[in-house]
Design a protein around this ligand. Sequence first.
Ligand SMILES: [Zn+2]
Length: 323
Amino acid sequence: MGDMIRHMPKIDLHCHLDGSLTLESVRKITGRDVAPEELQAEDRCRDLAEYLKKFDIPIACLKTGEALKIVAREFLLDVAKENICYIEARFAPLHSAGEGLNSRQAVEAVLDGLAEAEKICHVRYGVIVCAMRHHSQEDSLAMFKECREYLGEGVCGADLAGDEASWPMQNYRNLFREVKKLDYSFTIHAGECGNAENIREAAECGAARIGHGIAMSGRPDIQRLCIEHGIGIEMCPISNLQTRAAKSPDHYPLREFLDAGLKVTLNTDNRTVSRTSITREMEFARNHCGVTDEELLQLERNAVDLAFADDAVKHELWKLWNH
Ligand SMILES: [Zn+2]
């Protein structure tokens, strides 16, 4: 079984580039050796704020086109080591934009790095551009418009991330009406820290996928809504335990969501900050949620269905789990 997980081809649909910097990237960018603990969160953080402290170095690193290119390149080479065959890497261009770099250039740099690595490791990828809840909607919409040029040319979708407790989903209805008009497929972080109504709002806004969705545990009404709309649930167990979005490993709602018929996928969220990989997430699912071999394959097939990839890539991926 351990071998099966290690060798099987894998997909990661919910992975933040800034939470997944390799130590090698940080060394190249800062010129110093960084201790792993400076980038990695504890198994159980006090709260989300303590977890988010681990993003200080990565965010400071991602301020130039050259740095973004290095990070993206090393990232794709790194995920290839656990036999990832397709990954959607997400990042917030506005975090990198500033003097001398706009959102479009930030995306270009990430795409350059990924393309360079793909030639070596052959991992397929898409980039999801994230709006942050604490940024103004005007700036977020301008960012989505700027990055629109790369939709279908490396960029595959849009996302909304950030503190959902302080900025509830209902504030973003207008933004996502515009995002839809721009023809982006999108996912929304919702129900990570407590409020199931954010999931309802995200579903009603037209999200194809929900990031986390933990808060709909024990809420069959909202689960039904997601099932009726064919919405995918991007679950990230290790991260959810570290941020205390989930109470304990044995109460993690993966089993509940699978049994309810939700279209679930397994993801890493932040490979470096959470010290995780799809391999580790799968082992967690097997050990704590009673997920069987067949169900692990089903989770990967769900990811193919839900990927924001074009049909040719999906077809290529589909063949990996259906032969
Ligand atoms: Zn996330």
